[in-house]
Design a protein around this ligand. Sequence first.
Ligand SMILES: [Zn+2]
Length: 169
Amino acid sequence: MIDTGEIAIQPNILNLAAYTVTAFEETEHDYHIHAMAQTPSDACLHCGHPRLQRFGRREQLVKDLPMHGKRVGIYVDTRRFRCQACRKTFYEVLPDVDGRRLMTNRLVAWIGRQALHRTFASIAEDVGIVEGTVRLIFKDMSPNWNSRSPLTHPRGWVWMKSTSSGPER
Ligand SMILES: [Zn+2]
């Protein structure tokens, strides 16, 4: 693609500037987007040495935010390297991705917010993951929300209801 100023504003359908989209398919319920990171690793993950040798690749499915009411899966062409110094191998670290969950960071954040006011099952359905994963994400994020979320203070809620002895007398 020619890099004009205008095109650079809209990097790709993912709106993730760190990725190049290489293919795109749409089905009734899903988007399948093939992509790769624009900038591959430039130093060994183990020792920091800059001389790396390409050592294969694999496709990793990364879940992303639902788009236009459809589930989104990004098939990331992930490169593997071998370090010329320590000889260890590693896969490139994918930008904007929670590597432990194989989801975009923005999806993890979105699930955490949605889980405050929706059922885990409905969120899991929207994203195309199992309910247990939604529960784990909510559990990981909820310590930060203890002071704000009404869902984490059910007793306080009951107390408020039982003591509001109505204006109807
Ligand atoms: Zn190394």
